[in-house]
Design a binder for this molecule. Structure first.
Ligand code: GLN
Length: 283
């Protein structure tokens, strides 16, 4: 017989030996998933013995995690900006940094403003759905090149009751054109990792997350170029383009945006003091 506490201790050691970062939290979150409870509730039942079935299930999940499969894919969900999202290997796992992008946008508008929003590369739909939730009268058009990602994004829109105010469109923004050009807000968190840097990423990212969501072109700057050049024709006068950028990319992206006639450029830092969000206005 093995208790909750004993199994957490053993599993943390196991994951630690396999080279998993934050092994204890991983062990706890996986067990909470198996027991269908919140992580903190484990602390109230340290002495509870695990059944054979629970143990078997837990072992399987630990094994997957030990091979670097991301925790969020194993559990199948993630919280982003206080909202639950389904995730699977067809979509990038929403990141904390991206919450800064959301915060920067919603601060600038009134929650009842009627806004037309375009999200380029929607993935799980985290940006599109969160904006639709917070900007209650907005309508969001969300694009992605991947049909599977759009399926997941669509599920997430239903789950969060904003499916009536989002249109998902499969489109390769680099090569295909959009017919509407009346957007108040265009937003994108494009694949910004250079091919060289991609090779150095942790296995969780490199082997499990969709490569197309992380990288694609040599420098990592290519998407900013194309999106800026096209967006100036898609955004209304007075409308804004918002990007998340990678570490060290903000000045290059600022340059690109200015070359494409965006004005009033502003840059926002993240919690680690890294310049993370950049926006400009079509004036
Ligand atoms: N829009 C999604 C996110 O910000 C997906 C981005 C991407 O796949 N590059 O997480």
């Amino acid at each position: 017989m093995i208790t909750v506490l004993e199994s957490i201790n053993l599993s943390s050691d196991y994951l630690k030996n396999k080279g998993i970062e934050s092994p204890r939290i991983n062990a706890e979150l996986l067990l909470a998933h198996v027991l269908n409870c919140k992580r903190l509730n484990l602390y109230l039942s340290f002495e509870r013995p695990l059944t054979e079935a629970e143990l078997k299930n837990y072992r399987e999940l630990l094994k997957r995690r030990s091979k670097f499969e991301p925790l969020q894919y194993i559990i199948g969900k993630v919280e982003f900006f206080g909202i639950d999202f389904i995730v699977n290997p067809s979509v990038l796992i929403p990141r904390q940094e991206t919450e800064i992008l959301i915060e920067t946008i919603i601060k600038q508008y009134d929650k009842y403003d009627k806004l037309n929003i375009l999200d380029i590369g929607t993935g799980s739909g985290n940006i599109a759905i969160t904006l639709a939730k917070y900007l209650q009268n907005s309508f969001v058009t969300a694009l992605d090149i991947s049909e599977d990602a759009l399926k997941t994004a669509n599920e997430n829109a239903f789950l969060n009751n904003v499916n009536g105010r989002i249109e998902f469109i499969r489109l390769d923004f680099l090569t295909e054109d959009l017919t509407r050009n009346d957007f108040d807000i265009i937003v994108s968190n494009p694949p910004y990792i250079s091919i060289k840097e991609f090779e150095t990423l942790r296995p969780e990212l490199k082997e499990f997350e969709p490569k197309v969501a992380l990288t694609g072109y040599n420098s990592g700057i290519h998407f900013y170029d194309i999106i800026s050049a096209k967006s100036i024709y898609l955004v209304k006068n007075g409308g804004r383009l918002f990007f998340e950028v990678g570490k060290g990319q903000s000045l290059k992206v600022k340059d690109i945006m200015e070359k494409n006639n965006f004005q009033n450029i502003t840059i926002t830092k993240d919690y680690l003091n890294i310049e993370r969000v950049i926006s400009g206005e079509n004036k």
